[in-house]
Design a protein around this ligand. Sequence first.
Ligand SMILES: N[C@@H](CCC(=O)N[C@@H](CS)C(=O)NCC(=O)O)C(=O)O
Length: 200
Amino acid sequence: MKLFCFPRSGNSREVKIVLAEKNISYEPINVHGDPAIKESPEFKKASPQGKVPAIIDGDVYMSEAFLINQYLDKKYPAPALMPKDEKTQQAIIQFVSQIDKKMVLNIGLLVIECLLKPKDQQREDFKVAKRAEVVEGLRELDRMVEEKDYLFGDFSLADVAVTPHISALPILGTGIPAEFKNATAWFERIKARPSFKASA
Ligand SMILES: N[C@@H](CCC(=O)N[C@@H](CS)C(=O)NCC(=O)O)C(=O)O
């Protein structure tokens, strides 16, 4: 298994968590380590859009974190990271697609604004607006874990899809607001998992 990634990529970390949960050994290939990697036919075949994460597993070439993770969960079923019940599976698929638009995308925009742009080009009003949208996403997560340990009961690909991005929040001028006690406790549980530590 080859994983195209780079160290600070939250999307790559989603796949690293699943590989660690399932104890699958792999070769990480840092696409920022050498410009030739992004130009290689292997990488282009795995990721026609040039984005990470992407994997090569035998003759399977794939990109997109959540698609890769669903593939890994089917091919390497233990431990299962999707529930057996089809209705909950569909609910997770829908959740990941929605939270990507509502929260993960906004965290990515904050990374660009706060960390990648020169200070004098950063827009404070944009940061405030995006942080507010992220907080709304966190409010929804807080409600979801009110009576559960993880977003859909057991630890699943839903938790994997959001937590690497949440861990970037403190350097973006926010974090999980203290009022969201359920979400705070949930994120502590996530951080205690060996897979989360191994993927850092
Ligand atoms: N929807 C994709 C997003 C992938 C993505 O945006 N990856 C970023 C890194 S986190 C990337 O490859 N950016 C181009 C680059 O940094 O070279 C996924 O979930 O995997």
